[in-house]
Design a protein around this ligand. Structure first.
Ligand code: FE2
Length: 146
């Protein structure tokens, strides 16, 4: 087991759980999205987060750490809540939730890439951050209707 700093540990746990919730949310949106644009976004999210998950798993294996496999309670509640919305109400809530999540994630990844103690994790954070920024941009333009 690698000896990780508190920051690294926090990053790994949050990155793994946030990744899981993004995948769940994307799958939900593939089924429930009202607009084609959101369906397209969900496809991009699913592809990108599946790849990010795979990369995180590779690095975790490499440095000898275990990743959480379950969502936190609040994340379960979030997915639950989202699954109850319908039509364009679903789309609106989805986009605003994704915006909030990705804002938190982008700062999480930047913090790790700048201040992380473990080189593999730092590099991974730097590699994935632009993907999350892309999703944030996409969600922002969907929310503003641009
Ligand atoms: Fe995303």
């Amino acid at each position: 087991m690698a000896n990780l700093s508190k920051l690294d540990q926090e990053f790994v746990t949050k990155a793994a759980q946030d990744g899981l919730v993004e995948i769940k949310m994307a799958k939900l949106a593939q089924k429930k999205a009202h607009s084609d644009r959101l369906k397209d976004f969900a496809n991009v999210m699913l592809d990108d987060h599946s790849l990010a998950k795979q990369r995180l798993e590779e690095v975790a294996k490499q440095i000898g750490i275990k990743l959480p496999k379950q969502l936190s309670e609040s994340q379960k509640n979030l997915v639950d809540k989202m699954s109850k919305y319908k039509g364009d109400q679903f789309d609106r809530h989805f986009v605003s939730t994704i915006l909030q999540e990705h804002k938190k994630d982008v700062s999480l990844y930047h913090r790790e890439s700048e201040h992380g103690g473990n080189d593999e994790l730092k590099h991974l954070a730097a590699e994935i951050a632009p993907v999350l920024e892309k999703h944030l941009d996409m969600a922002q333009s969907m929310q503003s209707g641009a």
